[in-house]
Write a protein that binds this ligand. Structure first.
Ligand code: FAD
Ligand code: 2HG
Ligand code: ZN
Length: 513
């Protein structure tokens, strides 16, 4: 079988008119008047005992950041930076700072430390747990202008860059040298590598390249008192002392502002194929996964799934065409290797065996880059499509595969017709379910049906309440559902050691009690 042909029921996708560009900047509304302030929605939360930003502070920041557009105090310009991507959190910061260099970040934090001013670090502001925007009036420090590639060693594959480089741009850059970034996600057109590191972003390549804890070789961060912590290294192996950089990966801006990193980039694959398949039950999804690991082995690079309601988000709200007829579940399999003839033969043999066994009912295989991008769009653009329904209640959990889809079934039964949609999709190959509910606007009744029930459900099955998006503002109080009291106690002790005044990203990540 040739790629681009389809197994059994062929439907070509060449006539699709709209091609999604994987590295487009995500749409960012600048007006957010309808969005409730976080401080209003959560009236029990009190502002910490931080100072207010004074004119003297502004003058000091302007001295550190000379030139236009680097100290922003205009309310309308600040609106987009005060509001998160899913329009569920809105702060009231009056100051946005845009440093270009590590030394500038250091000088800013020295002032904030001395003056007891609270700060929120912000990258591309695509975070999905309310971690990247202020809760009250924290100063926003954006890495937007810290976007320089420092070096690339094409032999070792080690990229060194500033934290504000956009992930998609880095991928374009390294691919000119036959390399690829070890992570990829739907927000690649907007998210910064610093934000990816701060959230320990997973994405669709984790199955192949593992987590950022393995790919990051070096990291530089500015601590809350302004000290620059130099953990930059370009060594694959280095067993000297505690591996401090790991603390910052996934610390969600609570320990330091990441300013630069060295990342190991794997070789770009010469041959990529994507199969999009229809199956009739979630058990079939798991059977296809098991068999794909066995038969595709080293060329399997992604295994994702969507339920029919998740695909409907793309077809209804984004008007994307599905290449397949309707099925209860869909699987997206990507293979990446170095020999197209070998990979295609392997993939086709696998798909034929799945069809013959009745495990796969329908499918399409593509190898041409624009078609690959289109099929990936059906999976990666669900998050964007959900926003068209109004309000989105977003959950990102790790679960044992035996209980994986049961969560969606149980929640659907519980929520009934009170929501617009209840969907499940995600990185099934990594045991990571994305569970989403939508309604026309924020509805406390729907929220009460979901939380805390969902967290108890996940804990009961020994899952994690955050697989990859993190805790941010929204999930910190539920950390005990996934971490022991002793572990959280140590996290709090560490936070106090590094940030004794708690100025860095307050009200996030760690629980109050
Ligand atoms: P921001 O949103 O700006 O910030 C996120 C957090 O990191 C905040 O707590 C912030 O304070 C902190 N932070 C940001 N920069 C720094 C820094 N330099 N130093 C210290 N702290 C910092 N996540 C996944 O894991 N996998 C996915 O597949 C995935 N897909 C997504 C798809 C879409 C369409 C969207 C909108 C989001 C997706 N996300 C995904 C969520 C999000 O975590 C990632 O988009 C990304 O890692 C966030 O990067 P950012 O630069 O936008 O960070
Ligand atoms: C993805 O994998 C992102 O597409 C977003 O992590 C998930 O919207 C979501 O729930
Ligand atoms: Zn994801």
């Amino acid at each position: 079988m040739q790629p681009n042909s389809v197994i059994r029921t062929f439907k070509c996708i060449k006539n699709v008119s709209k091609i999604h560009s994987g590295t487009h900047r995500l749409f960012h509304k600048s007006t957010s008047n309808a969005i409730e302030f976080t401080s209003v929605r959560y009236p029990n939360l009190k502002r910490g005992q931080y100072s207010n930003v004074s004119d003297v502070d502004i003058a000091a920041f302007e001295k550190i950041l000379p030139g236009a557009q680097r100290v922003i105090t205009d309310a309308s310009e600040l609106e987009g930076y005060n509001t998160d991507w899913i329009k569920t959190c809105r702060g009231r910061s009056q100051v946005l700072l845009k440093p270009k260099e590590t030394e500038e970040v250091s000088a800013i934090l020295k002032i904030c430390h001395e003056r007891n001013l609270a700060v929120v670090p912000q990258g591309g502001n695509t975070g999905l747990v309310g971690g990247s925007v202020p809760v009250f009036d924290e100063i926003i420090i954006s890495t937007q202008l810290m976007n320089t590639v420092i070096s690339l060693d094409s032999l070792s594959g080690i990229l060194t860059c500033q934290a504000g480089c956009i992930l998609g741009n880095l991928n374009d850059y390294v691919s000119e040298h036959n390399l690829t970034m070890p992570l990829d996600l739907g927000a690649k057109g907007s998210c910064h590598i610093g934000g990816n590191l701060a959230t320990n972003a997973g994405g669709v390549r984790l199955l192949r390249y593992g987590s950022l804890h393995g790919s990051v070789l070096g990291l530089e961060a500015v601590l809350p008192d302004g000290e620059v912590l130099d953990c930059m290294s370009s060594l694959r192996k280095d067993n000297t002392g505690y591996d401090l950089k790991q603390l910052f990966i996934g610390s969600e801006g609570t320990l330091g502002i990441i300013t630069a990193a060295s990342i190991l980039c794997p070789q770009k694959s010469q041959a990529v194929n994507v199969a999009f398949l229809g199956v009739d039950s979630f058990d079939r999804v798991l059977e296809v996964f098991k068999e794909s690991k066995h038969q595709l082995a080293e060329i399997l690079s992604a295994f994702e799934f969507l339920d029919s309601e998740a695909l409907a988000v793309c077809t209804d709200n984004l008007k994307l065409n599905s290449p397949l007829s309707s099925h209860p579940f869909y699987v997206l399999i990507e293979t990446s290797g170095s020999n197209s003839a070998h990979d295609e033969e392997k993939l086709n043999t696998f798909l034929e065996s799945m069809m013959d066994a009745g495990k796969v009912l329908d499918g399409t295989v593509v190898a041409e880059p624009t078609k690959i991008q289109y099929i990936w769009g059906l999976r990666e653009r669900v998050a964007e499509g959900l926003m068209h329904d109004g309000y989105c209640y977003k959950y990102d959990v790790s679960l044992p595969l035996s209980a994986f889809y049961q969560l969606v079934t149980d929640m659907r039964a519980r929520i009934g017709s009170k929501a617009t949609r209840v969907i499940g999709y995600g990185h099934v190959g990594d045991g990571n379910l994305h569970f989403n509910v939508t309604s026309p606007q924020y509805d406390p009744e729907v929220m009460a049906l979901i939380e805390p029930f969902i967290y108890d459900w996940v804990a009961n099955y020994k899952g994690s309440i955050s697989a990859e998006h993190g805790l941010g503002f929204k999930k910190r109080e539920y950390i005990y559902h996934s971490k022991s009291r002793s572990a959280v106690k140590m996290m709090k002790a560490l936070k106090t050691l590094v940030d004794p005044n708690g100025i860095l990203n307050p009200y996030k990540f760690l629980p109050d009690h």
